[in-house]
Design a protein around this ligand. Structure first.
Ligand SMILES: N[C@@H](CCC(=O)N[C@@H](CS)C(=O)NCC(=O)O)C(=O)O
Length: 227
């Protein structure tokens, strides 16, 4: 039987929290592997579903295409309330859920457009590129610290139920400047992401889609585009 959903994504990328959510929801999906940061040929695989040539992009069973990681995650949680992966409209946690689900792509994930290829803003000068890389790492660390100061996590970020926000933060905090710095600047969220890393329902999934390779918590040690 054909899977109902198609996700355009890649190992260790922004498709991983979406794939994790679909795994927890027990949805059938096929992955079109397209590590877009590797260049033209990979970007071309995505062009038909996302003219920006970025992943993740999700094609639903109804044939609709969704882009934007946060929108996809919220849509999945809302469309499958039985999976309890997000507070519904009317739930007192809904406002903070939307706040942080929007903060991550607006303030953190968007910086990877330049981090993955600093020449996009810096031009060919390696010194300028290194400066942008360091400045964006500092900005990301500041954003995590601010978020950490505003949340009072329980077992998970919004209380005692796991939501797609936990999956999102768990994956994005593995990108530059990586977990070792995240643990320093976001001690309260650190307990949560470690819990999600260790969730037995996801252990096979992490091994396949974002493996914990040697030294994965430090800069430069993860099998993704961002160093
Ligand atoms: N706003 C998008 C950003 C997606 C994004 O930056 N994806 C990266 C991979 S993790 C990508 O495809 N980069 C290639 C490029 O920007 O050219 C989202 O939240 O889904």
């Amino acid at each position: 039987m054909n899977p109902s959903y198609t996700i355009y994504g890649a190992l260790g990328s922004g498709s991983v929290p979406v794939e994790a959510a679909m795994t927890l929801l027990d949805l059938k999906f096929a992955v079109v592997e397209a590590p877009t940061w590797e260049g033209e040929a990979q970007q071309a695989k995505v062009a038909a579903v996302n003219p920006l040539r970025q992943i993740p992009a999700l094609v639903t069973p109804a044939g609709e295409t969704l882009t934007e990681s946060a929108a996809i995650l919220i849509w999945l949680a809302d469309s499958h309330p039985e999976g309890r992966l997000g507070p519904a409209v009317g739930d007192p946690r809904r406002g903070q859920f939307l706040r942080w689900m929007t903060f991550i792509p607006a303030s953190i994930y968007s910086l990877f457009w330049v981090r993955d290829d600093p020449s996009r803003l810096a031009g060919p000068d390696p010194e300028q590129q290194a400066r942008i890389k360091a400045a964006t790492a500092n900005r990301i660390a500041d954003c995590w610290a601010m978020m950490d100061s505003q949340l009072t996590p329980g077992r998970y970020l919004l209380g005692d139920d796991m939501t797609v926000l936990d999956l999102y933060v768990t994956v994005v905090s593995r990108w530059g400047p990586r977990r070792s710095r995240f643990y320093d600047v976001a001690p309260r969220m650190s307990d949560v992401v470690r819990r999600v890393d260790a969730d037995p329902r996801l252990s096979d999934f992490w091994a396949k889609r974002f493996p914990f390779v040697d030294g994965w918590e430090s800069q430069g040690a993860s099998p993704t585009a961002d160093e």
